[in-house]
Design a protein around this ligand. Structure first.
Ligand code: HEM
Length: 233
């Protein structure tokens, strides 16, 4: 009797395929013969992969919120650092689409996408909430320790764990802004900036999102700290 054959339930010849659910996953892609253009596969793969990772960030953010409520700033910082890496990965992956010729994208855009828009991404909508979800529990955590944000910035080594958490929040925020900027440049490169999206929204509006941090108070505190150090010359 073989000791290497699959033992898990599910479709696929191996336990790898059954665990990862490879057959089900690949069925979610348009078959080659239905693609409006050979470049459409890349477009669909990029969006599908992004949705999986966005969903995962949402899951990890739930754990961050829980860690904050349980007075575990180091755990929250570690998980946020993981989320930051995922956002960086998402940024790296969307620029693969810059290898597509704009004229090829127009075939996909005008025949396959309906009135679809990235704005409708449920995963992205959740990411826009990350600031609000984390900020309340974070404020409560530092209040319980009788500290304010500016105090953490003034004496980072006296509150090493909390400072690390603040840094992780800034890192995440910055990674998200960089994603938005990179995506804006991708959109301008493929369809231009002086056009309307499939939703009728000016593409140039993407720029607004590149100026909206998730944690504005953190950035304001850094400015406040700077104003406490006027130049002596
Ligand atoms: C050919 C490549 C792409 C083009 C030309 C493009 C174009 C656009 C445009 C014009 C908008 C703003 C207007 C609107 O939403 O209707 C937008 C928004 C958005 N797109 Fe894309 N996009 C591309 C690829 C992607 C990819 C790969 C993702 C990954 C998930 C994505 C996700 C989003 C998201 C989340 C928004 C909302 C952004 C925000 O509100 O800041 N897009 N896209």
């Amino acid at each position: 009797m073989s000791h290497t054959g699959p033992i898990l339930d599910g479709r696929g010849a191996t336990d790898y395929e059954r665990y990862v659910r490879v057959p089900e996953l690949l069925e979610l892609q348009k078959p080659v013969e239905e693609l409006s253009h050979p470049e459409e596969r890349l477009f669909q793969t990029t969006h599908q992969a992004a949705e999986l990772w966005l969903h995962h960030i949402d899951y990890e953010v739930g754990r961050v919120v829980k860690a904050l409520g349980e007075n575990e700033p180091a755990v929250a910082a570690e998980l946020l650092e993981r989320c930051r890496r995922i956002v960086d990965l998402l940024r790296e992956q969307i620029i693969i689409l810059e290898t597509m010729a704009p004229v090829d994208y127009h075939v996909i855009r005008t025949s396959s996408l309906g009135r679809g828009s990235g704005q409708e991404s449920p995963g992205f909508a959740k990411l826009l909430e990350v600031g609000k979800r984390i900020w309340g529990p974070f404020e409560e955590l530092i209040r319980r320790r009788n500290l304010s944000l500016i105090e953490i910035e003034r004496t980072p080594r006296a509150q090493r764990e909390l400072f690390r958490l603040v840094q992780a929040m800034l890192d995440y925020d910055e990674a998200f802004l960089k994603w938005r900027f990179t995506h804006m440049r991708l959109a301008f490169r493929i369809i231009g900036s002086k056009v309307l999206s499939l939703k009728g929204v000016p593409a140039a509006q993407l720029e607004l999102g590149t100026r909206e941090p998730l944690f504005p108070e953190l950035w304001e505190t850094i400015s406040a700290l700077t104003s406490e150090f006027p130049p002596a010359y």
